[in-house]
Design a protein around this ligand. Structure first.
Ligand code: OAD
Length: 227
């Protein structure tokens, strides 16, 4: 069975109503990364950080998978499919994708500030000050912040290196180390980018599909299934 790896970013969830980060009116136009998505922000004003992610969580829970998330699931009929996503939403899982690796964490989970292996599902919309892990330390969002290590990176690089087909969708490829994953792909692999706009990263040998994910991905999936 051929292996397909999908490297997805915020753009794949845009048509589900979730804002991207760097498009006009994106999240980073309305918030400063340093205030909400760094360990320093957590030290300085954890209430603001929790509030930022509580809002994101509310929106994720209200959103539904779109045609792009759903089409990727169909690929599993014919291929071994791995989704490596920078997204913290659960729309790939809710669409039905079986193998999803979250590089930057998951908004629906919290983790201990004492032991990073203690990870919990957040049942409600909110995570607030005073909510503690079983060791008694404050819970934080299970998110990889700027300046923190990306624990899944090595495994993600291994997955990408074994791809027969790589699909990059909805990411500006502006954030490292995630953006560097494309460099692990074999020169023999077939490579596609689906994005309505040019991406920042350099993508030699990729076929550029200039479309929104909700159109470009279902078309590409049909093409791959027929091939
Ligand atoms: P960005 O906001 O940087 O990029 C979103 C990309 O999606 C852009 O290239 C858009 O052109 C594209 N896009 C917009 N609408 C689309 C659509 N309907 N279909 C397909 N593509 C569309 O988001 P990411 O690349 O995911 O990290 O950002 C990477 C990381 O930066 C995030 O995981 C997050 C952020 O800061 C952390 O918070 C650690």
């Amino acid at each position: 069975m051929k292996r397909i790896v999908v490297l997805s970013g915020a753009g794949i969830s845009a048509e589900s109503g979730l804002k991207t980060f760097r498009d006009s009116d994106g999240l980073w136009e309305n918030y400063r990364i340093e205030d909400v998505a760094t360990p320093q922000a957590w030290k300085k004003d954890r209430r603001l950080v929790l509030q930022f992610y509580n809002e994101r969580r509310k929106q994720v829970k209200a959103a539904k998978p779109n045609a792009a998330h759903l089409a990727l699931v169909q690929l599993e009929e014919k291929f071994e499919v791995h989704i490596v996503t920078q997204n913290i939403d659960d729309l790939h899982e809710r669409a039905g994708s079986k193998k999803v690796l979250h590089l930057h964490g998951e908004i629906l989970k919290s983790r201990s500030t004492m032991d990073p292996h203690l990870v919990y599902t957040i049942e409600k919309h909110e995570l607030n000050e005073g909510e503690k892990c079983e060791l008694g330390s404050q819970l934080r969002p299970h998110i990889v912040w700027f300046g923190e290590m990306v624990p899944a990176l090595e495994y993600a690089a291994y997955i990408v290196s074994r791809a027969d087909i790589l699909i990059v969708v909805g990411t500006s490829l502006a954030v490292y180390p995630a953006a560097g994953l494309v460099n692990y792909v074999s020169p023999e692999a077939n490579k596609y980018v689906v994005n309505p706009d040019p991406v920042v990263g350099e993508l030699a040998g990729f076929k550029f599909i200039n479309a929104k994910a909700g159109i470009g991905i279902p078309e590409l999936v049909q093409e791959l299934i027929k091939s």
